[in-house]
Design a protein around this ligand. Structure first.
Ligand code: C5P
Length: 225
């Protein structure tokens, strides 16, 4: 079955950890604004039908100009982001065509989503209701106590680092978004389904799919290109 899929791209974060002169979506990565990488990847994927982007209100006009300059065709809306990531996702979701089967969410700060991850997220969301791309934890994880003393070591064999894309059936995500109370504590979308007790399937992602948060990440992204 071919699903109708909307993609949501939250790109309204402050980006202050990047310590850049410009706002994060517009910071240049190998000569191109960072946001164009995620948008181009979604735009050229045959599994995505429409894209909705959340941006800082003062960046909306500039972002629209970049979308047109880089020939990104599937963007159906650019909206003002919220004060939290989940708020930005919700503002986009409110515009999504209710006839969509699946909503796929991908951080604007992740320039390298693999097309097979996009496809498999959609398939697994269709099958199980929700899917999160994640990579297995390779470091040993410590739980810190008071004064930064180690309380204990956590068994890493069942720990995964969540990434995006994350994908959900439209109806389940709608219900999950309508139920959230403390929106600022929600750092990813799968968490919303977890709170409803709904299953979220893990899709093993790629360590190449980094999130650009610091200036070191930007350098790593350049090396990956
Ligand atoms: O803060 P974090 O690194 O988890 O942000 C992940 C993504 O969510 C980024 O692409 C960022 O721009 C976006 N975001 C947003 N609105 C916010 C905060 C973050 O769209 N208020």
């Amino acid at each position: 079955m071919r699903y109708k899929v909307a993609a949501i791209v939250p790109a309204a974060g402050s980006g202050h950890r990047l310590e850049a002169q410009d706002k994060k979506p517009f910071v240049l990565l190998a000569g191109r604004p960072l946001i164009t990488y995620a948008l181009k990847a979604l735009d050229s994927s045959k599994h995505i039908d429409q894209i909705y982007v959340a941006a800082d209100p003062s960046s909306i006009a500039r972002l629209k100009g970049i979308i047109s300059k880089y020939g990104i065709k599937k963007v159906a809306g650019v909206v003002a982001g919220g004060s939290s990531r989940a708020g930005s996702v919700k503002n986009c979701f409110d515009l999504v065509d209710p006839l969509c089967d699946i909503v796929l969410i991908h951080d604007g700060a992740r320039p390298f989503p693999g097309d097979s991850d996009i496809m498999n997220s959609v398939i697994l969301a269709g099958k199980f209701g929700g899917c999160v791309t994640a990579i297995p934890m390779t470091d040993t994880v410590k739980l810190a106590g008071k004064g930064f003393f180690v309380k204990r070591t956590i068994d890493r064999s069942s720990l995964w680092r969540a990434q995006t894309p994350q994908a959900f059936r439209y109806g389940i995500l709608k219900k999950a978004l309508s139920r959230i109370k403390n929106i600022s504590s929600v750092t990813d979308d799968a968490f919303l389904l977890e709170r409803l007790g709904k299953p979220v399937k893990i899709l093993k992602g790629s360590s190449r799919n980094i999130k650009v948060t610091t200036k070191e990440d930007l350098k790593i992204a350049e090396v990956l290109i």
